[in-house]
Design a protein around this ligand. Structure first.
Ligand code: MN
Length: 238
């Protein structure tokens, strides 16, 4: 029975967010996007906040805020301070609750390079007023993410250089071994808060050197063994 032509159109237009998987024809269906709030000591120091031993905390971005490698992030509205944060992304392949750190890596499907784009001025204002972070973190096009490399092809990532260049000059430079909470600890802690499911993506925090970008800037994130992620900042959307 035809309920409504409008409903049929909506169904036809519904988009599942997926990411390419290196070496595979099938794409990875993204479910939720979780981000670790602070996970590198030098970044906590540059932000001048928080205790370095605070437990990890998480926020989310909308799944449809993903921008693929080679894509454009239109300069978002309401901000004068759009910042880059390059991060290792963990792609969950097997779900679970209360996962112990010792077996957490068994739940990983693969890894990618991501950018936690941030409207820093709005985030700062939200923090100051005790308001949620969404306006600073969870806006449209705020989650550029590269292709996923499977664990079978690259192994796991306890260490390795992570960098972000803007127009060819290095702005962020760190090593994954500087993470305060490593990948097994992040998965374990997060799975105590939410049931993890296949398709979940977890951005694991950014090293120091975050800073502003403007329309026309070319961003290149790099992580050893994951290649690079290229994103361009575009003009504001009309
Ligand atoms: Mn971040």
């Amino acid at each position: 029975m035809r309920v409504s032509p409008d409903l049929e159109n909506l169904v036809l237009q519904a988009q599942l967010t997926t990411l390419p998987v290196v070496g595979a024809e099938s794409r990875f269906p993204a479910r939720r996007i979780y981000c670790v709030g602070r996970n590198y000591v030098e970044h906590i120091r540059e932000m001048k906040e928080a205790d370095e031993r605070d437990p990890p905390f998480f926020f989310q971005k909308p799944t449809d805020s993903v921008v693929p490698d080679g894509g454009v992030v239109p300069y978002p509205p309401l901000t004068k301070e759009l910042h880059h944060e390059v991060e290792l992304v963990v792609a969950v392949g097997r779900g679970g609750r209360n996962i112990p750190p010792g077996t957490a890596l068994d739940h990983v499907f693969g890894y990618a390079i991501g950018l936690d784009m941030t409207r820093r001025d709005l985030q700062r204002e939200a923090k100051k007023r005790g308001l949620p972070w969404e306006i600073g973190k969870a806006f449209d096009h705020s989650a550029p993410c590269g292709a996923i490399h499977t664990v079978a092809s690259t192994g796991h990532f306890a260490e390795g250089a992570i960098t972000l260049e803007v127009n060819g000059s290095i702005k962020q430079k760190g090593d994954l071994r500087e993470m305060i909470w490593n990948v097994p600890e992040i998965l374990s802690n997060l799975s105590s808060q939410y049931e993890l499911r296949p398709g979940d993506l977890i951005l694991t925090g950014t090293p120091s050197g975050v800073g502003p970008v403007v329309p026309g800037d070319r961003l290149e994130g790099k992580i050893d063994r994951l290649g690079s992620l290229h994103i361009t900042i575009g003009p504001p959307e009309a």
